[in-house]
Design a protein around this ligand. Sequence first.
Ligand code: NAD
Length: 352
Amino acid sequence: MNKNIAVIEGDGIGVEIIAEAVKVLKKIAQKFGHSFNLIPVEMGGCAIDKYGVALPDFSLDACKAADAVLLGAVGGPKWDDPTARVRPEQGLLGLRAGLGCFANIRPAKVYAPLAAASPLKDSIIGKGFDIVVVRELTGGIYFGESGREGDSAFDTERYSVPEVERIAHAAFKIARGRKKVLHSVDKANVLESSRLWRETVARVAKAYPDVSVINILVDNAAMQLVRNPAQFDVMLTSNIFGDILSDEASQITGSIGMLASASTGEGTRGLYEPIHGSAPDIAGKNIANPIATILSVAMMLDISFGLKAEAQAIDNAVDSVLSDNYRTADIATDGCTVLGTIQMGDLITERI
Ligand code: NAD
């Protein structure tokens, strides 16, 4: 298979973690006989310094022309002034919108060897935690009308039927490939937009009779996630509810450096990135955990390219390294061997 992959290092640890993910991609290409053409793309604080904008047009064009985009992270103290006219996050929003990525897919999983890192008690996390949050990414209150009137301010949550339908289809397809249980999160007891959400999900559900749908109110979902997380498998959410619940889910795993994400649209092209930021506090020290970015590569191979065996080979290599008690500093436990970013990348690559 021949694929073009736009690769954005970004800022901070972005450079270091992408280097390890690229090693893994090259090993997969060599082992399975594929050709991945890696196209370096500039975005984030580094692009602001050079071009005065976070996402120059030619960077977006390069990403649109690619089959998939791999991103490290952007941002850092140098560009963190909230009143600044240009900010690194504008690159992220511009890229997601420019690629038409309306579905954000965030798996959150506790790897058995890392269960002790979870802040939840053994009696709760011991039952297992392996979920996927499917969050609507381009609608809802973050994109609705907002403003100020006198001494008040407002933001508007608005969803259309087609917007809910397309994210629901994305979630049902994922649920179908897993445990066939979908929790649709809303606040239908209060919000009209949530009532539309619930009605639309019920209609879409008719096309997936093998998947059970459970409607759950967002406040209950937040509570149940820490009370009995094992009951969930796929959670479908609006933009704002998903923003909050996916961060809650990530904390249950206890290891932010392990979590990958995908953002997809209508076609097969997707944007793949770790959920963490550019971690300026540890940048340039060879201590960042590259696993979230390496697992983002696995998601890319699976979701955009349909290369399931290749994605599984990466997952297995990560499992094997963790089972043998190798860790980066952020997930270190008693008696483990602590590796640097480069050494962890090398070991995972070697085990593929
Ligand atoms: P962060 O995720 O960068 O860091 C939070 C904490 O987690 C830090 O202590 C950091 O050292 C640690 N951490 C994060 N990733 C790690 C890894 N791979 N290995 C080991 N430890 C890791 O969040 P923050 O500190 O709030 O933000 C730092 C910068 O990143 C800010 O400029 C922010 O705007 C930006 N940011 C970017 C993205 C993105 O590019 N998608 C997302 C979130 C934050």
